[in-house]
Write a protein that binds this ligand. Structure first.
Ligand SMILES: NC(=O)c1ccc[n+]([C@@H]2O[C@H](COP(=O)([O-])OP(=O)(O)OC[C@H]3O[C@@H](n4cnc5c(N)ncnc54)[C@H](O)[C@@H]3O)[C@@H](O)[C@H]2O)c1
Length: 380
């Protein structure tokens, strides 16, 4: 991750986080560990937790034992943690009154708001978290929150190409199934959906897009995909993949109409886009492999689900998350936005706002250089 490592080396000299605590809530895995190392190099003290079910405990072991991070990084997750431990950990981090907050779903920011704590500023990684800040918490956030997801760089490199590639790759690896001529219904043609549709097509699938925004539906059609309503895909979809950031997009009634053998996959942040809980009540899943379940519907049809409807490219066993280059870029945006909050947080307006242009330009240039594309000359 050369772009992030270079930012860390710069922080080691400038020490933007010296004497500051960062409340850190992001999937804990090898790539986010590099972000923690960069922040610690900049002088931060970190108290961290992952999202439920996505923490890799080998990474926790490295971070809490490695000499460079051990004394500066506490990670609260324990194997088997469920919703009550997650809620307690969020409250525990908020109670330490961190100077800065790095969030992934806006729940740590919500815990700070509930506890009356006002950090200097925060960053929010996801679309889902940005929705919460702009809807549930609208008008209540009294400190600046830089929404990393709103960066055009993250949208292109991470949400479109990173998620697209890794979701499709995870589905193929978990199922050992070829996608050629499979009919895949992608719900949502936002940044993630665009990438999933693109990479599924590259693997030979027939992709149909279901999208409620007519402009994005038109874009999908112009990009060469079939576009349909939910009821038009239910009797033909071999695979359903959701990427909307919204709950109940594929409900039980829809699941029950799917053809025999259909596979349910969620790429969105929360596990409520597909009603797997409702499906479990009528057709409890039997485990075929650690991330793959078969549900025998009363109608006799078999429906398959991956990772219980959780974010597939992270929660499925063997899911490595986004490719390392995409994470290099996205996590550098995180690191540099946190440093900008220390520098300019008091000048920024309260509430959600975009990544400053100067950071986008800096990180785009650094990534182009790391790809060997900057300053290259072309022969005529
Ligand atoms: N899997 C990952 O690694 C990963 C990475 C980044 C983001 N995400 C998550 O993926 C989800 C989508 O993110 P995004 O950046 O593409 O968001 P986005 O806002 O760009 O796109 C979401 C799209 O879904 C559409 N939509 C909403 N409700 C719908 C419905 N009922 N039926 C069909 N379409 C509907 C919207 O119109 C929009 O076009 C979010 O939950 C986000 O947090 C996942």
């Amino acid at each position: 991750m050369p772009v992030l490592v270079a930012a860390g080396a710069e922080f080691e000299v400038s020490r933007p986080f010296a004497g500051l605590t960062i409340g850190f809530r992001l999937h804990i895995e090898p790539k986010t560990a590099v972000l923690i190392e960069a922040l610690v190099a900049g002088g931060a003290q970190i108290i961290a937790m992952g999202n439920e079910g996505t923490t890799q405990f080998g990474t926790v072991e490295v971070l809490t034992q490695d000499a460079t991070t051990a004394g500066s990084c506490e990670i609260l997750d324990r194997p088997g943690d469920g919703p009550s431990e997650t809620a307690a950990n969020l409250r525990r981090i908020a109670a330490t009154k961190p100077d800065l907050v790095l969030d992934n779903g806006a729940e740590l920011i919500a815990a700070c708001l509930a506890g009356g704590h006002r950090p200097v500023g925060a960053t929010e990684e996801t679309t889902s978290g940005a929705f919460r800040l702009r809807e549930e918490h609208a008008g209540n956030v009294s400190f600046p929150v830089i929404v990393i997801n709103d960066s055009p760089l993250k949208s292109i490199v991470e949400n479109k190409h990173g998620v697209g590639e890794s979701v499709v790759d995870t589905v193929v690896r978990v199922t050992n199934m070829s996608l050629h001529k499979k009919r895949i219904a992608v719900f949502g043609y936002g940044w993630c959906g665009r990438g999933i549709a693109l990479y599924a097509r590259q693997r030979g699938a027939d992709v149909v897009v279901v999208e409620i925004d007519p402009i994005k539906a038109l874009e999908a059609a112009m990009d060469g995909f079939d576009v349909a309503g939910t009821s038009q895909v239910t009797d033909t979809a071999d695979v359903v993949i959701t990427a909307t950031g919204r709950p109940d997009v594929v409900n039980l009634a829809t699941i029950q109409q799917l053809p025999d053998g259909a596979l349910l996959v969620n790429a969105g942040h929360d596990d409520n886009e597909i009603d797997i809980r409702g499906l479990e009540l009528v057709a409890p899943g039997s485990e075929l492999s650690p991330s793959l379940k078969r549900h025998d519907l009363p109608s006799g049809a078999e429906i398959f689900s991956i990772a219980d409807g959780r974010i597939v490219n992270l929660a499925a066993v063997g899911g490595n998350g986004n490719p390392i280059e995409a994470m290099d870029l996205g996590l550098t945006l995180q690191a540099r936005s946190l440093a900008a909050l220390v520098d300019t947080g008091s000048d920024l307006a309260a509430g959600p706002q975009p990544v400053p242009d100067v950071i986008n330009d800096n990180v785009a240039t650094a990534m182009l250089q790391s790809m060997g594309q900057m300053g290259r000359t072309y022969r005529t």
